[in-house]
Design a protein around this ligand. Structure first.
Ligand code: PEP
Length: 244
């Protein structure tokens, strides 16, 4: 396949006020001076921080991402945010189908699909999250679960303009990282189900400075989606600057 496109994205979840976000950048940006140009760096931040992040990051190599998008262009959808609202302020990426949204906010493969299609129609790059629970893994259902999430999540999608994040739910925020070889195996299975085998596929789940080098040494893994360890400038910089 062609040259791997590496994308390291932070997912800040519901952390950081605007002031805290800008404080992070002050400490983070100087640490990117040695980062190879080929690595894309993205911060998926709370809605209230996106505008000022985008202004501050203008002309830098760091891209801004949102953590959700509604499927309608506009309308009576209290509490939701549209693609036009995001692109207007310079947002380039958007996470769809994160397991926390599936678990706590009723997202289904169908709503995830609608959000993904909306992102693409606005020229945003969706980061589609898939991954099995502990119970599903123990029952030997990992492949079936992921295959269903991909099939339903990608209905009607442009398969050349997206990023996929493999995030085993049991590894998210638990400190219990998926073994690098196992993440590589599942990501290989994901790749074999895609029309475009050059789609960047990230691993997510307790990525930290201590395990990023091993994760990125895996041939199928094109980057990481990082929660907890992206909140602190030092640790996220160390992840972005992984040793290859
Ligand atoms: C995530 O939220 O996508 C994630 C992987 O979280 P953490 O890195 O904290 O496990």
């Amino acid at each position: 396949s062609a040259v791997r496109r590496i994308i390291i994205a932070g997912n800040w979840k519901m952390y950081k006020t605007q002031a805290e976000a800008l404080e992070f950048l002050q400490a983070f940006l100087p640490q990117l001076s040695e980062t190879p140009e080929s690595r894309k760096v993205v911060l998926c931040a709370p809605f209230t921080t996106l505008s000022s992040l985008s202004k501050t990051l203008h002309g830098s190599r760091v891209r801004v991402g949102a953590q959700n998008i509604h499927w309608a262009k506009e309308g009576a959808f209290t509490g939701e945010i549209s693609g036009a609202m995001l692109t207007e302020i310079g947002v380039r990426y958007v996470v769809v189908g994160h397991s926390e949204r599936r678990q706590y906010f009723g997202e289904t493969d169908e709503t995830v699909n609608q959000r993904l299609l909306a992102a693409q129609s606005f020229g945003l790059l969706p980061i589609l999250c898939v991954g099995e629970s502990k119970q599903q893994r123990d029952a030997g259902e990992t492949e079936a679960v992921i295959s269903r999430q991909l099939e339903r999540g990608l209905v009607g999608a442009d398969q050349t303009n997206l990023v996929i994040a493999y995030e085993p739910i049991w590894a998210i925020g638990t400190g219990d990282t998926c073994a690098a070889e196992e993440a590589n195996r599942v990501i290989g299975l994901i790749r074999s189900q895609l029309k475009d085998t050059d789609v960047p596929i990230q691993y997510g789940g307790s990525v930290k400075p201590e395990n990023i080098d091993e994760i990125m040494a895996q041939p199928e893994i094109d980057g990481a989606l990082v929660g907890g360890a992206s909140l602190e400038a030092e640790s996220f910089a160390r992840i972005v600057n992984y040793q290859s």
